[in-house]
Write a protein that binds this ligand. Structure first.
Ligand code: C2E
Ligand code: CA
Ligand code: CA
Length: 887
């Protein structure tokens, strides 16, 4: 056995969330990478801003050292000059004045050195400019030691300090270049440039006084003592002043203009302009002292300006660093923000899409499992479109389902079933549903028609016998509950057979239809007219007030039926009506039918065209009939039936040709009941069939036994046995089998069995005719009994499956010459059709003589033999070769 997968089939393909994750991941990674790149760049900017700031700080520190170192020059030079013996002479001042001046100068120098040292100490080890600071402090230490020992010459001293100042200036420029090279913004670069410009001015300014003093006190020295050096210094100073015009910052320019216009600057410049200042004029001590103070003040003012510029540059560099840091921060924030927003957006998008698709997928799964759920449209437009399409499909399926349900319920009139279904599938389903509906309707109609046919008489459309029984049964049930009276009218038409025979079946049918119509018109609504068959009808009446009402209705019906009927010529029939009543529904339907039928029989007996009610006399008659029936049935089983055999002789030679078996009921008390007293009773039920069956078996058995006891004489005719078959048995479908069974059981050749049937049976019933044909085909002979009492004409015999004609006793015995002549005609006609003729009830020799003269073949009667008991009859067989003498 193949293994079937039990779990639900997993669908192939990548899950939606994978696509969404990929969709989201790519931009997310992009944003991340971009943010990182920008952040790295921005942090580089921060670093370079930081380095630029550090460089500006280095510039500031070196400038502080340089300014301080330059402040040392004047007092140190002053000490050196004072210590020179020629100086006092040159200045023309008293020795104590010199001594006090020296004291001041030494103080100044000490103070200046302390400032320089502090500035040097402020340069952190390892920072940019630290190397210069170290080397400068070593140079200064050497220079100062030399100065303090008085071993350094004036020029040497000045050049020593000049070297220091230049070294620092060079380092300062390098630091400034480093700051600018870090790619700082132009404004910051210009601020750094401003620091340098002012620093250069400050440097040039600080050298003016020493150079001037040098030209005064040491004119012989090549470098500082020359007027040329002083003038060169001046040119450099004025050039630096011009450079100041280029300052980028408004505030610095303003401060500079204020300083330049100040009395300090203008006075000092006026003092130190080589063009106007004669070398000798300045030896005045007062003026020299003033010069020193003023130049100290100017240096301080310029140092302050440098400080301001440095502060500005520092502030700008710090601002740059802050800006870069802010950019970095903003970049990171923006990046994180973007990542967050896109993550949240992606998650939201993913959830929205996958939730709506998931919902759709869930609904689709349930639909695929046959559950027609309501499809919700949610999510993006495409999903809604799919949902809507699915919803439409489900709606279509639901309509199909509704229609199928309506069909399953059998609700074929539901308007829903007429609605077309959408799409090609819908068309096919709708067509098949329509087909089902049509075929179910057809089937219902057929069933209805069949049911109608089973319960209705096709000729008159009235309920038939079976339905009449059902209706009466139901009416009696209702009456039992309500306690009301129920009436049944049994209507037997008079003279119908004559109409049928004379006018034909079509006229007979027309009469029946018209009678049915009149009866229906005559009864009340609710009363039911039924046709039992032939010319018998019943009318069920419920409820019934009085028996009188029923009799009135019966009389109305008699009158209505009695009116002439036009069947292409007027004909007339009558009605004999029997009325039966159930007072409380206690009777059963069969009993009520029997009562009404019995009453109708009496009405017929009493002269037709009238109504009789089922009364006590009838009840008694019916009761005795029921008792007789029971007794006959018992007699059959108890073996109280006997057969007697009346011989049939040929008329010419009066030899035995056969027997007619006649039944006798020998009761236990010894009384013999003749057949006329019980056969009619037996004929009112199927009892007569049982009786006939028994006679068939007994008679064939008896003849076979006789034959066995008396071997046939060659050339002599073999005796037959005739058995009377009642009309009811002949129409019974078992009759053929019964005869065959009897022959088989006895072993009697079929040709020796004669079945006697009365002519009325043959004329009335086509079924009887069929059975007779079958029996005759079996080899059995058929005789028509009591011929002449019915309506059969001789001509009809031509087409009947018959071998023998038995002329009725009344005919044979009649003294009327006309009747006797008729017997002769019948005999010769029968001979024409190839039939044998038996004359019944021959009692007198004259009758026999006449029959012989008329050419009658066979005779039967008291004159010849009475019906004999089996022993006596059997004794007749032996001398069959010879003539049997009349008794
Ligand atoms: P049926 O078939 O016409 O039988 C002849 C009747 O006439 C017999 O009366 C017979 O005894 C009587 N009969 C014969 N010769 C004479 C005669 O010279 N003068 C007079 N007056 N009568 C004569 P039975 O046996 O009483 O039978 C009466 C009827 O009962 C029969 O008439 C037949 O129709 C019926 N029957 C008799 N036996 C059976 C039977 O076994 N089965 C059936 N279904 N009907 C039977
Ligand atoms: Ca007979
Ligand atoms: Ca007869």
């Amino acid at each position: 056995m193949a293994l079937m997968p039990t779990d639900r089939t997993r669908h192939r393909g990548t899950a939606l969330w994978c696509y969404l994750a990929a969709l989201v991941a790519v931009p997310l990674i992009g944003v991340g990478v971009l943010t990182t790149l920008i952040a790295v760049h921005a942090s580089g900017d921060v670093d370079s801003a930081r380095r630029a700031e550090a460089a500006v700080r280095a510039v500031a520190r070196l400038d502080a050292v340089r300014t301080a170192a330059e402040q040392e020059i004047l007092p140190t030079l002053a000490v050196a000059v004072i210590d020179d013996p020629s100086a006092a002479t040159a200045l023309g001042v008293s020795p104590w004045m010199l001594a006090s001046a020296r004291g001041l100068a030494v103080d100044g120098a000490v103070q200046a050195r302390a400032v320089t040292d502090a500035a040097l100490a402020a340069v952190p080890a390892g920072s940019s400019g630290a190397a210069v600071a170290e080397h400068v402090s070593a140079d200064l230490a050497e220079l100062r030691a030399g100065v303090d020992r008085g071993q350094v010459r004036l020029e040497q001293l000045y050049l020593g300090y000049l070297d220091v100042s230049n070294d620092l200036m060079t380092a300062e420029c390098a630091a400034a270049a480093a700051a600018v090279s870090e790619g700082v913004p132009a404004r910051t670069a210009r601020a750094v440039q401003d620091v340098e410009t002012i620093a250069t001015l400050a440097q040039d300014a600080s050298r003016q006084t020493p150079l001037y003093l040098g030209s005064l006190f040491a004119p012989d020295t090549a470098l500082i003592g020359s007027r040329l050096a002083w003038e060169t210094g001046w040119l450099s100073y004025t050039d630096a002043q011009r450079q100041m015009e280029e300052l980028s910052q408004e505030s610095l320019r303003a401060a500079w203009v204020q300083l330049r216009e100040s009395e300090l600057m203008t006075g000092l410049d006026a003092l130190l302009t080589p063009a106007t200042t004669p070398s000798a004029l300045t030896t005045d001590v007062g003026r020299l002292t003033e010069l020193l103070y003023r130049s100290g003040d100017r240096d301080a003012a310029l140092a302050q300006l440098v400080g301001t510029a440095v502060d500005e540059a520092l502030a700008l560099a710090a601002a740059d660093r802050e800006d870069a840091a802010a950019v970095l921060r903003r970049t990171i924030e923006l990046g994180i923000g973007l990542l967050l927003v896109s993550t949240v957006g992606a998650v939201w998008l993913g959830r929205t899409v996958s939730r709506s698709l998931g919902l759709l997928a869930g609904q689709a799964t349930r639909i695929s499992e046959g559950e027609l759920v309501e499809v919700e449209a949610r999510g993006p437009r495409e999903v809604r479109t799919v949902s809507a399409a699915l919803g439409a499909a489900v709606a279509g399926l639901r309509r199909i389902q509704d229609q199928a349900r309506a069909v399953a319920r059998g609700d074929l009139d539901d308007a829903l079933l007429d609605q077309p279904l959408p799409g090609p599938l819908g068309e096919v389903v709708h067509a098949s549903i329509q087909q089902i509906v049509t075929s179910v309707r057809q089937r219902e109609e057929l069933q209805f028609a069949l049911a109608h046919r089973a319960t209705h008489d096709p000729l008159t459309e009235l309920p038939n016998r079976a339905q009449a029984l059902t209706l009466v049964t139901s009416a009696l049930h209702r009456a039992r509950r309500s306690g009301e009276m129920t009436g049944l009218l049994f209507v037997d038409l008079d003279g119908f057979k004559a109409v049928n025979d004379s006018r034909g079946h079509a006229a007979g049918d027309a009469v029946l239809r018209e009678v049915a119509r009149r009866m229906r018109a005559a009864v009340r609504a609710g009363d039911v007219v039924c046709r039992l068959g032939g010319d018998e009808f019943v009318v069920l009446v419920e409820p019934v007030e009085t028996e009188r009402d029923l009799m009135d209705l019966a009389e109305r019906l008699v009158a209505a039926v009695g009116e002439p009927v036009d069947v292409g010529g007027l004909v007339q029939v009558g009605a004999s009506i029997g009325v039966a009543v159930s007072r409380d529904g206690g009777a059963d339907a069969d009993a009520l039918f029997a009562e009404a039928g019995t009453a109708a029989e009496r009405a017929k007996r009493h002269g037709r065209g009238r109504a009789e009610i089922f009364d006590d006399a009838l009840r008694q008659q019916l009761a005795s009939r029921a008792a007789t029936e029971a007794a006959i049935a018992a007699a059959l089983t108890n073996g109280e039936m006997r057969l007697v055999y009346q011989p049939v002789l040929d008329v010419a030679e009066q030899r035995l040709r056969g027997f007619e078996a006649l039944v006798r009921w020998v009761r236990q008390d010894g009384v013999v009941v003749p057949p006329d007293e019980f056969i009619p009773v037996a004929e009112s039920s199927s009892l007569v069939c049982d009786l006939d069956r028994w006679v068939l078996h007994e008679a064939t058995r008896q003849l076979a036994a006789w034959r066995a006891g008396a071997p046939a004489v060659p050339g002599a005719a073999e005796p037959t046995v005739a058995v009377n078959v009642s009309g009811r048995h002949l129409t019974d479908r078992r009759v053929v089998a019964d005869v065959a069974d009897a022959l088989a059981a006895s072993g009697l050749p079929p040709r020796l069995l004669v079945l006697e049937v009365t002519e009325t049976v043959l004329v009335d019933d086509p079924v009887a005719m069929t059975h007779l044909s079958e029996l005759r085909a079996m080899g059995v002979a058929i005789a028509i009994d009591d011929f002449g009492t019915g309506y059969t004409s001789i001509g009809q015999l031509r087409h009947m499956p018959v071998d023998t004609l038995k002329i009725d006793r009344s005919f044979v015995a009649s003294p009327d010459p006309g009747q006797q002549e008729l017997v002769g005609l019948v005999i010769s006609a029968a001979h024409t059709f190839g039939l044998d003729v038996v004359a019944e009830g021959v009692e007198e020799p004259a009758q026999l003589e006449r029959l012989r003269a008329q050419g009658c073949d066979l005779a039967q009667g008291y004159l010849l033999h009475r019906p004999l008991p089996p022993e006596a009859a059997g004794a007749l067989i032996r001398p069959m070769a010879g003539a049997v003498p009349a008794s």
